[in-house]
Design a protein around this ligand. Structure first.
Ligand SMILES: Nc1ncnc2c1ncn2[C@@H]1O[C@H](COP(=O)(O)OP(=O)(O)OP(=O)(O)O)[C@@H](O)[C@H]1O
Ligand SMILES: [Mg+2]
Length: 389
């Protein structure tokens, strides 16, 4: 059983890559499901068919599904949201602002992931390809259940047991609405629904994330940030897919300049994603929709490789707290002392090892700190970050 999360900036080709990957896997005989969690569903456009909230069979071995995440959100979160609305109303916040505050960014997508988990548990598929929304916000949120608990504490300031005792008093003193048992039960159900999702998505044997990008500066910058955060929260990225690369066969002088520019960007992809499998997809001379085109694309992307396999096993880095310091451990398997050079440019860390250079975008929490020392031990470069210089 494998799950592939396909993510990247808006418009880079996530849906196309997801669909092509799924067609290739189905052709190889895997029972495959491709599903989109993005409310702006375009999987139906990619396949040129109608798709709904339940899996629809497309070709032998392949089904597709577009999750109605709003509906799933409503089912799980509706009761809690109503209580929040009441609380905001009491605190003087009303209307559309209050409404917005009762739903956290990326929350609807979390409920789509509930569906992914259910499919994994059902054992009905060998491969599930998830066409994610344009950001990895969901994955960040998911990997931080404590953030959600923190919000809940703020929203429901009185613990369940305390509420039982204090509610009668409180309602006399203030008009503050105190969440009743029904709300706490709803919150509990909400947590229960999320049960097991992180275990599936953070297990590299099951789940790999594939980052789609175009050979453009800002697009690569965002993909690198996503890569860092996925790594920080323990999700395995196994491939970087660069889509819309100008093919060599284009000889037009107008595009020659563009090819030069792309070449530089492709080099920065090599440095920024040195630990994962990097694949290029050309810019085709037409829109690549429909099963036949998607099949062509899948061949181009994977050739003789198995699209469901882990395309790389590397992990970009580990982060460890040691007292007040934070240690960033970067794996450099064959490095020897004196060979490795570490330079920091603002929020970026560049590690040079002989002729190889790789750079890591530091998570914000580390970018604020100072490098204290760097040590090479057992194939790992350990960089210690402290709060004071
Ligand atoms: N390599 C390519 N060559 C030609 N056309 C492409 C290529 N890749 C994608 N396209 C086309 O570009 C359009 C956008 O691609 P796609 O919908 O896959 O992007 P996306 O990242 O899913 O976008 P969104 O963020 O809106 O979900 C589609 O019409 C698709 O057919
Ligand atoms: Mg899309």
């Amino acid at each position: 059983m494998r799950v592939l999360l396909v993510t990247g900036k808006g418009g880079v080709g996530k849906t196309t890559v997801s669909a092509a990957t799924a067609v290739k896997a189905a052709d190889l005989g895997y029972r495959t499901l491709v599903m989109s969690t993005d409310p702006a569903h375009s999987l139906a456009d990619a396949f040129q068919v109608e798709l709904g909230d339940n899996p629809t069979s497309l070709i032998p071995g392949l089904a597709a599904q577009q999750i109605n995440s709003q509906q799933r959100l409503e089912e799980s979160w509706g009761e809690v949201r109503d209580a929040l609305t009441e609380f905001f109303d009491w605190s003087g916040l009303q209307g559309i602002e209050a409404e917005e505050l009762t739903v956290f960014p990326g929350m609807d997508e979390i409920f789509s992931l509930v569906t992914v988990r259910d499919h994994v548990r059902s054992g009905a598929y060998d491969l599930i390809v998830v066409d994610c929304a344009p950001t990895a916000e969901t994955l960040r949120l998911l990997s931080l259940p404590e953030v959600l608990s923190w919000y809940m504490e703020k929203m429901f300031p009185i613990g369940r047991r305390v509420a039982k005792v204090v509610r009668p008093m409180l309602t006399k003193v203030t008009s503050m609405p105190v969440a009743d048992d029904a709300v706490f039960a709803a919150v509990q159900r909400f947590y229960d629904r999320l049960d097991g999702i992180r275990e599936i998505l953070a297990d590299p044997e099951i789940t790999s994330a594939r980052l789609v990008m175009n050979p453009e500066k800002m697009v690569i910058a965002e993909a690198r940030r996503t890569y860092t955060y996925l790594g920080l929260f323990g999700y395995a990225v196994d491939a970087a897919i660069v889509n819309r690369v100008l093919p060599e066969s284009v000889e037009d002088t107008y595009f020659a300049k563009w090819r030069e520019i792309q070449k530089e960007h492709l080099a920065s992809v090599d440095e920024g994603f040195a630990d994962v499998n990097i694949r290029h997809l050309p810019l085709f001379d037409q829109e690549m929709v429909g099963v036949d085109h998607l099949r062509t694309l899948g061949e181009e992307l994977y050739g003789d490789d198995d699209p469901s396999a882990r395309l790389s096993l590397g992990r970009p880095f580990r982060v460890e707290d040691i007292g007040d310091d934070v240690v960033l451990a970067v794996s450099v398997p064959l490095a020897e002392k004196g060979e490795v050079d570490v330079v920091r440019h603002g929020s970026e860390l560049v590690v040079t090892l002989g002729p190889y250079r790789r750079s890591i975008v530091l998570p914000d929490s580390l970018a604020r700190r100072h490098v204290r020392r760097a040590q090479l031990t057992e194939g790992e470069l350990k960089i210690t970050f402290g709060l004071d210089p």
